[in-house]
Design a protein around this ligand. Structure first.
Ligand code: XMP
Length: 515
């Protein structure tokens, strides 16, 4: 399956994952490795191409990340991007210096060598994303300058005899208008990949591998109904059928009808072959959460109760051979196992291996996939779109979208309000364009008037954010008519609500969730 591979060597740049994604968009399988990867390992993998990423350092400083010269002598095409480009020049005898001014942002790049393989089909003047202080002041012997900008004499250079390419800007970010074309040119025309990495064959191969690995063993999966665990469960089900048991804990803090939706897909009436156990633990959770107002404490209670419920079910099932986890590729890279970038995302749900389940090994069938690829795999295996394109939903569920004490009544209010909100966002055609949106419940009650009656009811908060990485976010600009319609419907249809507000806060200083 992985016989046609391009590797990305990560020097700590913030766009490392984007580079790999763009390569995969060319239907070429791509993996990210730290610059500390051994040259022998690279030889063993024998990739069709190597891409060096950007990074925050200056290549001429003594302890900056580097690589041995041998990398450029393997006969494998190498493309250096930003820091990677400078490093290539530096190692091969060119000169890199600090510039008087930093070149940053969208920049006009003038292509000097139109027949360069990298610039095939690219305009003579093209907008590119620059972000650098250092610049290549002299190219290494054998290199020819292929483009420049007003401030930067070497925007790109190449040594076609040795298949070495250096690009100072960032073709992987979408601000570089023809960047995808340039990367595709490298991968297809220089590395001569055929582009035969396809989701259907990945799924098929994965199922085969799981079957071989598991044999007649037993597998347990904690199914949350989220995209990753759902896709992982379906893959396992296709591979080993009833040897798989999925435990789905309904903690009573799910979105409206979500528990039934998950059961409809994975339960005995659904299309998949597996053992499905739904644990209706709603009341247990409401009892535990009674009187608790502090958000961290709520999170802790919900998390601990999950372990307890899951443990009880696992005991009933007895020893299993494998436990399924829905780890995906960004988790692997961000936890420092794949690339070089700092661990920037704290994984809310990763709490180490569960020691309360008796199992021998973990299976992670989605470990190699990006989120959009997980979605593709889900669709490929027939999962319904509403499951596949589900928004992120926190493990503690509505427990952290209700300010103050969580009660069954409040859960019902927020479920109903949220369902209306989601419906109207979908009706307005905005459901795929907003990063994350949901209704939360403030703990505030205030006076209103409905008909001739005075009311004293809750205020619902509508939240919608646009975000790239969920580390920062901005409130989405939803058309006023849509908000107005949502407000009207919530007030009219949801008992216990007499006010609707829109949360304008960005992150930071706010968080995305509403707790
Ligand atoms: P915050 O609220 O921290 O959220 O800005 C960032 C992203 O993470 C999600 N989130 C969670 N996801 N378990 C999860 O699986 C959690 O406990 C959790 N808390 C927040 C949140 O929905 C947003 O996408």
């Amino acid at each position: 399956m992985k016989n046609e591979l391009v590797i990305v060597i990560d020097f700590g740049g913030q766009y490392n994952q984007l580079v790999a994604r763009r390569v995969r968009e060319c239907n070429v399988y791509c993996e990210i490795y730290s610059y500390k990867i051994d040259i022998e390992k690279i030889k063993e993998m024998n990739p069709k191409g190597i891409i060096l990423t950007g990074g925050p350092n200056s290549c001429y400083e003594a302890d900056s990340p580097t690589y041995s010269k041998e990398l450029f002598e393997l006969g494998i095409p190498v493309l250096g991007l930003c820091y990677g480009a400078q490093l290539m020049q530096h190692i091969l005898g060119g000169k890199v210096e600090k510039a008087a001014v930093r070149e940053y942002g969208k920049t006009n790049v003038i292509v000097d060598k139109k027949e360069s393989a990298i610039f095939k089909g690219v305009k003579e003047e093209t907008t590119c994303w620059m972000s650098h202080f250092d610049y290549i002041s002299k190219t290494a012997p054998g290199f020819e300058i292929t483009s420049h900008t007003t401030d930067c004499p070497v925007a790109s250079a190449e040594n076609t005899d040795q298949n070495l390419y250096a690009i100072q800007f960032h073709p992987e970010v979408l601000h570089t208008e023809e960047g995808t074309k340039m990367l595709s040119n490298f991968v297809m025309n220089v590395c001569r990949c055929s582009g035969d990495w396809r989701m259907d064959s990945f799924v098929e191969e994965s199922i085969k591998k799981i079957r071989e690995k598991v044999g007649d063993g037993k597998v347990l999966c904690a199914l949350s109904g989220g995209v990753d665990s759902s896709v992982a469960a379906v893959m396992l089900s296709k591979a080993i059928g009833k040897q798989l048991t999925c435990v789905f804990v309904d903690h009573g803090l799910l979105r409206k009808n979500e528990g039934d939706e998950v059961e409809a897909v994975f339960g005995p009436e659904g299309p998949y072959d597996l053992n499905f156990i739904r644990v209706n633990a709603q009341q247990r959770y409401y009892d535990k959460l009674k009187g608790v107002e502090e958000p961290e404490q709520k999170r802790k209670i919900i998390g601990e109760e999950f372990i307890r419920v899951f443990e009880e079910e696992a005991k009933k099932i007895g020893a299993v051979d494998y436990l399924v986890q829905g780890t995906i590729y960004p988790d692997v890279v961000e936890s420092g196992l794949g690339g070089e970038s700092a661990v920037i995302k704290s994984h809310h749900n990763v709490g180490g291996l569960p020691d309360y389940v008796d199992f021998k090994e973990i299976i992670e069938p989605l470990r190699d996939l990006f989120k959009d690829e997980v979605r593709k795999a889900g669709l490929e295996m027939g999962l319904p779109e509403y499951l596949v394109f589900r928004q992120p939903f926190p493990g503690p569920g509505l427990g952290i979208r209700i300010i103050g004490e969580v009660t069954e009544e409040k859960v019902k209010i927020v479920q109903d309000a949220d369902a209306i909100y989601r419906q109207e966002i979908a009706n307005a055609g905005l459901d795929r364009s907003i990063g994350q949106y949901f209704a939360g419940l403030t703990n505030m009650r205030s006076v209103g008037v409905m008909g001739d009656e005075r009311t004293y009811d809750y205020a619902v908060a509508l939240r919608a954010v646009n975000t790239i990485d969920f580390m920062t976010a901005e409130a989405a600009e939803i058309p006023y008519e849509v908000l107005n319609k949502v407000m009207n419907r919530i007030i009219n249809e949801v008992r216990g609500v007499n006010r609707v507000m829109y949360d304008l806060t960005s992150k930071p200083p706010g968080t995305i969730e509403f707790e």
